[in-house]
Write a protein that binds this ligand. Structure first.
Ligand code: ATP
Length: 755
């Protein structure tokens, strides 16, 4: 016994709580018209999640809540609870299972549906709210589907015959427990749609990402290239700067040493020079010599003047003598004068003039003395001539007096001349002595001067070397300055550790330095070309690659998911198809049997047809809504079910040509056949037997007993025969307050109540 009880509260005519306990295979509900029997049947539909108001004879939710009676107030809430035995753990779901990770298995499962005046519904399982869908899935596991084929309402007995081929198929699928496949197919299709959309989105994201990724890749390649250039540059710079540094250190020492060496040499030379006597540039005899020379000049001038005067006076003496001769001729008393033949006189005169000239040109005292001797002999010769003249013949005259004066003057001059010649000789001697003194002094200076010149030359050499050194130093300082700048730049470029690395860096040969420097400069230019891209590009690239890889993985996963879903859908459809076909086969066997039993012969069967597929417009809703429009799909087909009957001894085969009773019998035979395949825990039949005559009522009663072996039966009936087959009877009456009441009654009471 799976169905245990149903509890109705505030639902339709049941204002007060009413509980029906199902302890027998067949429970019958009886009561007068309008007492609320069908409301009990509808309470089954309601609690099992029925969404169609029509099938519960209402227009809105409020129609399902007790509206109030003569003495009973209107209610705001309707609640129906249905309880199943679950000791076999068919219901293995718990709303908490998601949280705990394991299903909670109850021995008893109670589903409750609450409806409020505002139309909202709530579903609970053992007091915990669950979703309608979850409840529907759980119920389908015990073959209680949503199509309600196990609840046959009043007047709905032939509903299965009136239904369309598609609806019939749905009812059969539901009865066969195949609805779950439809849910799964639908769920998988919806997942597939979502997965396909997600796939498109992810692929689109990847496509959008691709150019950016490409750009970043190029940037990163540039950064990596820059990094490689930088590493090469660092290595070359290390070698270059290490070499430069050792050169600078060596050169600094070399220059310092060279400078100190040359400077000390120069200083020594200067010291040595200071110990040597200075060159006697001053000639001590110069003044003396110049004084003597000046005096000599004066004396010579005076001598020349005297000589000239002597010469003139001698001429005058000659002239006066001639005048004297002439006078004596005139006067008788002219004494015999000194006479000279003209040639003799001329020769004498020439001698005197020549002597005078020689004296003037004489350069030595000796020469002058010699000449003076000649003059004296000439004078002696003249004096000798003078003595031959008789004194008594001499006539004193003016001319004679003049000659005497002139002669005296001449003598005087000759004495002066002699003195001058003497002075000149003396001065000449003094000059020679001064010049000798100067020569001796100069000779003495010559040796030390040479030495000085040598030292000075060496000092000059040192100075020149120092100057050259200065030039080298200036070039060196420039190079050092450049080195410092390059080192600073390298430190800035490669970090503080760079300078420490210099100690371990390998030096390169001096002759490679220039090439190395050129390479460094080239690398710097290339590094500049790769500069400006920060390291954040690398991390952005990495995160973008990561994202792209993630998306690529997503694509792969989704594609595999899509393939799995497609396979799943195909498999589900195949299983559905197989099970449906085999189910129909089984139903057909039962249907044929029941049909023959009901009609005492004939035959009936179901056939599978192909119908144009209809699809719900609002496919997102969990369950089909009442009156929801369905669209036919042009190209897609779905299966339908047609009912074929062959009544015994009748040719009529069309269902719509059957009588009401016949339709009821066919329907009952079919419903019973259906319920035999996967028997639901219970079957509710609301006056399904209404149209049957006595004979058929018996057959109906027999079948009820047969069915009761598989499912609990709740039959609402006015039929005595049917009532007789029930073990438990509930009577429904209408209370004075206008609400329905339930009471357990005996068969006899039931017969009475039913009337
Ligand atoms: P019959 O034997 O004629 O089929 P029944 O016993 O099946 O009758 P129901 O159809 O179940 O009777 O009950 C109908 C009664 O329930 C009506 O009297 C109706 O007024 C009452 N009813 C229906 N809905 C409500 C409601 N929301 N509030 C109060 N009473 C209601």
């Amino acid at each position: 016994m799976r169905l245990k009880q149903i509890e109705i509260s505030g639902f339709k005519s049941f204002a007060k709580k009413a509980t029906l306990t199902f302890t027998a295979p067949v429970t019958s509900i009886v009561g007068p018209n309008g007492s609320g029997k069908s409301n009990v049947v509808e309470s089954f539909r309601f609690v099992l999640g029925e969404q169609s108001m029509k099938s519960m004879r209402g227009k809105s939710g409020s129609d399902l809540i007790f509206k109030g009676g003569s003495n009973a107030p209107k209610l705001n809430r309707a609640a129906v609870s249905i309880t199943f035995d679950n000791t076999d753990k068919v219901f293995n779901f718990s709303p908490d299972s998601d949280k705990t990770g394991a299903p909670v298995l109850f021995d008893e499962v109670t589903f409750t549906r609450e409806l409020y005046a505002d139309g909202t519904s709530r579903y609970l399982m053992n007091g915990t709210e669950i979703r309608l869908k979850q409840m529907v899935e759980l119920l389908s596991s015990v073959n209680i589907g949503t199509s309600g084929h196990h609840i046959i309402s009043q007047g709905e007995a032939d509903g299965i015959l009136r239904a369309s081929a598609r609806d019939r198929r749905e009812m059969l699928e539901d009865a066969l427990g195949l609805k779950i496949y439809h849910y799964r197919i639908k769920e998988s299709e919806s997942k597939l749609t979502k997965a396909t959309n997600t796939l498109k989105e992810v692929q689109s994201l990847r496509r959008e990402l691709a150019p950016h990724l490409n750009f970043l890749k190029k940037q990163v390649e540039k950064v990596e290239k820059g990094r490689a250039i930088r590493e090469e540059l660092e290595l070359l710079s290390l070698q270059y700067l290490a070499t430069e540094r050792s050169f600078i250190r060596e050169e600094d020492n070399r220059l310092a040493q060279a400078h100190s060496l040359i400077a000390s040499k120069k200083s020594q030379l200067e010291q040595l020079l200071s110990t040597l006597p200075e060159e006697t540039l001053h000639d001590a005899t110069a003044t003396e010599r110049s004084t003597i020379s000046a005096q000599l000049q004066i004396v010579r001038e005076k001598r020349r003047t005297t000589e000239s005067r002597i010469s003139r006076l001698e001429g005058m003496v000659e002239a006066q003598r001639q005048m004297l001769v002439a006078q004596s001729k005139q006067q008788q008393f002219v004494a015999k004068a000194i006479t000279f033949a003209p040639q003799e006189y001329r020769m004498l005169l020439d001698d005197v003039e020549a002597l005078m000239q020689s004296i003037r040109e004489a350069s030595t005292v000796e020469m002058v003395k010699g000449l003076m001797g000649k003059i004296e002999s000439l004078v002696s010769r003249l004096k000798a001539r003078e003595q031959k003249v008789p004194e008594h013949q001499e006539v004193p005259s003016v001319v004679d007096t003049g000659i005497k004066d002139t002669a005296l003057e001449l003598e005087e001059l000759e004495r002066e001349l002699k003195a001058y010649i003497g002075q000149e000789e003396d001065l000449q001697g003094s000059l020679q002595a001064a010049e000798q003194a100067r020569d001796v002094s100069m000779l003495a200076n010559q040796v030390s001067t040479r030495k000085r010149y040598e030292i000075i030359s060496d000092i000059k050499q040192s100075e020149s070397e120092l100057q050259i050194l200065e030039v080298s130093k200036s070039a060196f300082l420039q190079r050092k300055e450049l080195f410092d700048a390059e080192l600073k730049e390298a430190g800035f470029l490669f970090g503080v550790g760079f300078v420490q690395q210099l100690n371990n860096a390998q030096s390169i040969p001096e002759f490679d330095l220039h090439t190395q420097k050129r390479n460094i400069d080239r690398l710097k230019i290339r590094l500049d070309e790769h500069a400006g891209i920060g390291n954040e590009v690398v991390s952005e690239y990495e995160s973008t690659v990561e994202r792209d890889t993630f998306l690529a993985r997503e694509v792969t996963d989704i594609e595999s998911g899509v393939r799995n879903l497609e396979t799943l859908i195909i498999d589900l459809k195949r299983v559905l198809d197989e099970q449906f076909t085999s189910g129909i086969k089984v139903i057909n066997e039962r249907f044929s049997d029941f049909f023959k039993t009901m009609f005492g012969g004939g035959s009936a069967f179901l056939s599978i047809t192909l119908e144009k597929k209809r699809r719900r417009k609002n496919a997102d809703e969990e369950l089909a809504l009442e009156g929801e429009e369905l669209e036919e799909q042009e190209d897609e087909f779905e299966r339908g079910i047609e009912v074929h009957v062959n009544l015994p001894e009748k040719k009529v085969k069309e269902l719509n040509m059957l009588s009401g009773g016949e339709r009821s019998l066919v329907s009952i035979a079919l419903l019973f056949a259906i319920s035999q395949v996967n028997p639901p825990p219970f079957l509710v039949l609301d006056e399904t037997d209404a149209a049957l005559d006595e004979a058929n009522s018996r057959r109906y009663g027999d079948m009820i007993e047969l069915l009761a072996e598989y499912s609990q039966l709740i039959v609402v009936t006015h039929n005595r025969e049917t009532m007789s087959r029930a073990s438990v009877l509930y009577g429904v009456t209408l209370g004075t307050d206008g609400g329905s009441k339930l009471l357990s009654i005996k068969f006899d009471e039931a017969v009475k109540v039913a009337k």
